[in-house]
Design a protein around this ligand. Structure first.
Ligand code: F6R
Length: 330
């Protein structure tokens, strides 16, 4: 898993060279990304990286395609790394039935098969990774598709720059003295509570999912400003849990000044009730670099935490059993 995590910069650079088939350029108003787990997070990251575009990017993690997925207005992108996730296949079929312009991103499986049969634009990304370990390919392919649809410009360059930036900081982000190791030691035997500004929710969700899947540990996520209107009151009970929790606030140079102020006040209001609080600031030039810096940091945290917890970061027995059991029942 460590080598897979290390390969993120190469994946982003590799994705910038993907062959993108012809995609209709219809001036879409919305991009809906249909996927689950490690495939879906690519859509969330795209929403946060491309925060300031004039179309919406939304991830659908469900069986049901919402009625506002309308032909002409919507580009639907089905993402399933394995190509066999039933929720994603269900969305894909509904999009095709409804006549919504659709693109598929996968390494194979049913999604590739159906796309080939029906002549749906298909981007095949390399196989052999656990889906969560292929985020560079998934996010990169999604960005390239949006570029191919005429919605984004300069995607190849951004992916390359981000890959190069991460390669440059690769030595500092891991190892005994790194920030990632520091977070892993703070999270060990504790409950990580991860707070992001709303426009960086993907970072907190990625940390959470990686901690869940790699380290087999619970983590909690919320966003500011919303948590200031409810959850802030709850950081008290049960004290046995709260006093064993470690809070992290994510921040970025684009974070709204009032959100930064809110973080400062929130911190002072909860510090007696939790074990520790940290803030982590993004690094890098473009928003893509800054978001990927935080994501990569969290990936290493989850790996070291798996080592602390004596868990195999690659194994996901419950997810596999669940899929098998559902498959048996038809
Ligand atoms: C496994 C993982 C899972 C899968 C999810 C959907 O590494 O991260 O969250 O991503 O079960 O499967 P795919 O991505 O194959 O559609």
């Amino acid at each position: 898993m460590l080598d897979i995590i290390r390969s993120l910069p190469e994946q982003l650079i590799g994705a910038s060279r993907l062959e993108i088939p012809d995609i209709t350029r219809a001036g879409y108003r919305r991009v809906l990304v249909g996927g689950m787990g490690g495939s879906a997070i690519g859509g969330d990251v795209a929403r946060d990286v491309f925060r300031d575009v004039e179309f919406s990017i939304e991830t659908i993690r469900d069986y049901h395609l919402p009625p506002y997925a309308l032909p002409g207005e919507t580009l639907f992108i089905a993402v399933s790394y394995s190509g066999n996730t039933e929720e994603t296949l269900s969305l894909f079929e509904q999009a095709l039935e409804r006549g919504v312009d659709t693109v598929a991103i996968t390494s194979g499986g049913r999604l590739a098969e159906i796309s080939r049969q029906k002549g749906i634009p298909l981007i095949t990304i390399p196989g052999g990774y656990p889906p969560r370990g292929a985020l560079g390919w998934i996010f990169g392919a999604l960005s390239m598709v949006m570029g191919g649809a005429g919605l984004l410009e300069g995607v190849e360059e951004l992916l390359n720059e981000t890959g190069r930036f991460l390669t440059d900081i690769a030595e500092e982000i891991e190892g005994e003295e790194s920030l990632s190791m520091d977070f892993a030691s703070k999270f060990y035997r504790r409950l990580p509570i991860l707070y992001a500004p709303s426009d960086m929710l993907s970072v907190a969700l990625r940390w959470q999912a990686q901690i869940n899947e790699n380290a087999k540990q619970m983590a909690h996520v919320n966003v500011l400003p919303e948590m200031n209107h409810n959850e802030i009151n709850g950081i008290k009970h049960p004290p046995e849990v709260m006093r064993r929790s470690w809070v992290v606030f994510f921040r970025d140079m684009d974070t709204h000044p009032r959100i930064l102020k809110r973080m400062e006040i929130t911190r002072s209001l909860i510090e007696e009730d939790v074990l520790g609080i940290d803030e982590v600031e993004s690094r890098g030039g473009s928003r893509m670099e800054r978001i990927f810096y935080l994501i990569w940091l969290g990936d290493f945290v989850s790996y070291y935490l798996a080592v602390y917890n004596r868990e195999d970061p690659l194994a996901i027995p419950r997810i596999s059993h669940l899929k098998e059991a559902l498959g048996r029942e038809g």
